[in-house]
Design a protein around this ligand. Structure first.
Ligand code: FAD
Length: 437
């Protein structure tokens, strides 16, 4: 009989987990949670579609999100990165091959990330990564690299948080060799892309093909060979396997005691979408490096433009971190002052402003205490599995990759566990990783 599976959470983590289960032949899958609460928010402003909580696709998405857009009939807008911004580092080298020093520096930079990643995942030295990324660099006399980390892969440009707040563990987690191998085989080599109709439309389309129940889940607990799932409405349901794909502090589950205020850290990010008659002083986006370097909160750190609207105005999106003490109203006034006085952008109309609880991550304490490893070892224990940004990396591509791995592991567990099926599982895992390259 087909196993009855519940996926808890209907954000990108839950939706890609349920889709992967369906694709791998599991027929009885129910996904719980409210899509409206997921971080994805697509806004339409005078003919422009803009995602205020998951706007960009980059190289790594080639094997995850981009095929999904094709499958669900959506289009991708490829935005060629202008030569003078950090993301086009490789492009710059291509244009100025004479500057060989740049090539060496880039190779060294990626090698540093690669070995960082290798040590982080494959050796017992993980606990050394519990310090902040800033301390990690200073201790290794690499503080000169901090600017490049803040602005480049793994840093603020990826929306992590400042380097003194983010553990080295988390920063290195961003690196996945695939991210850098993909350009070798991909048409989509440089720059970034967006989903033309928006992320929200994509995930709503996928969700409409799944068995979705709006209820929130209060409790998940093992019950003999099954897993008991209690909804907030008081209904108790039994499943064979359960994937928890909602933030782990939002639900009661057998190992919830591992999660407390010392285990997780988070950032509060604001998203401010506005139109302006002012012509953008940059092509696609500008990193306000002076603010980034001074670790300014309550200030826009990156400003992007979505282009010119039908009415002739420009659509802008400003994003930055919120400090805990400032009220939303004061924050709004401060952003507006910054945009108009310091950045010379006249705000014509505000289209969207919100603050997100963003980038839930394990704290240094949790890395030191081995909580992260505990969760990895707990995968599938008593038929309960864990997904979402906390367990992978926060971006949607990595969440999807994690779910592919998880479902593969689940299939092996549910199958016949002899040597042959173990080898088959290992082979399939390797093939699925190769497919991602
Ligand atoms: C400003 C901003 C910019 C971003 N930019 C990008 C980007 O460019 N690229 C990118 O890949 N990512 C980006 N992200 C990150 C991306 O949006 C998140 O990584 C992603 O939404 C996380 O998915 P999730 O499913 O884990 O969590 P969420 O989207 O937070 O969804 C959680 C889900 O769990 C449900 N839930 C919670 N509690 C329960 C419960 N008890 N029972 C049942 N369901 C429950 C909620 O209803 C919700 O549906 C950005 C995020 C923000 C805020």
């Amino acid at each position: 009989m087909a196993p009855k599976i519940a996926v808890i959470g209907s954000g990108p983590a839950g939706i890609t987990a349920a889709l992967e289960l369906k694709d791998r032949g599991f027929e009885d899958v129910t996904i719980f949670g409210s899509f409206e609460e997921a971080q994805l928010k697509t806004k339409q402003v005078d003919g422009i579609v803009f995602d205020v909580a998951a706007c960009l696709l980059h190289l790594g998405y080639r094997n995850t999100v981009i095929p999904l857009t094709r499958r669900f009939g959506l289009e991708v807008n490829y935005i060629k990165a202008p030569a003078d911004i950090v993301t086009s580092r490789l492009e710059k080298i291509k244009k100025r091959p004479g500057e060989i020093i740049d090539v060496y520096l880039t190779i060294l930079y990626y090698l540093f990330f690669f070995f960082g990643w290798l040590f982080l995942h494959k050796t017992p030295f993980r606990k050394r990564y519990s310090s902040s990324m800033e301390t990690f660099l200073v201790q290794r006399r690499l503080e000169g690299l901090s600017k490049s980390f803040a602005m480049g892969p793994g840093g603020i440009a990826q929306g992590y948080g400042f380097l003194d707040e983010v553990t080295a563990y988390h920063a290195f987690r961003w690196f996945r060799p695939r991210l850098f191998l993909t350009p070798l085989v991909s048409r989509f080599k440089f720059g970034v892309a967006t989903i033309k109709q928006g992320y929200e439309v994509l995930f709503k389309n996928i969700l409409s093909e799944l068995n979705h129940v709006e209820s929130k889940i209060k409790l998940v607990r093992p019950s003999f060979e099954k897993v008991e799932v209690s909804t907030q409405e008081g209904e108790i349901l039994l499943f064979d396997e359960v994937i928890i794909a909602c933030p782990l502090d939002q639900i009661n589950f057998p190992h919830a005691y591992l999660i407390d205020e010392n285990t997780i850290e988070e950032s509060y990010l604001f998203s401010y979408l506005f139109t302006s008659p002012t012509i953008p002083p940059f092509e696609d986006r500008a990193y306000l490096s002076a603010y980034i370097e001074c670790k300014m909160k309550n200030k826009a750190l990156v400003i992007r433009t979505g282009g010119q609207t039908k009415t002739g105005d420009y659509l802008y999106w400003a994003v930055g971190y919120k400090s805990s003490e400032i009220s939303k109203q004061d924050l709004k006034s401060q952003i507006e002052r910054q945009l108009s006085k310091e950045c010379n952008l006249i705000i014509k109309k505000l289209h969207y402003f919100d603050v997100f609880r963003y980038n839930l991550r394990f704290s240094s304490q949790a890395v030191r205490d081995g909580v992260v490893d505990k969760f990895h070892n707990l995968q599938g224990y008593k038929h309960i599995w864990y997904s979402g940004g906390l367990l992978s990396h926060w971006d949607i591509s990595s969440i999807y990759e994690h779910n592919r791995w998880l479902v593969n592991k689940m299939r092996y567990r549910l199958g016949n566990k002899n040597l042959f099926s173990y080898l088959k599982y290992k082979f399939k895992t390797i093939v699925s990783w190769l497919r991602l390259i």
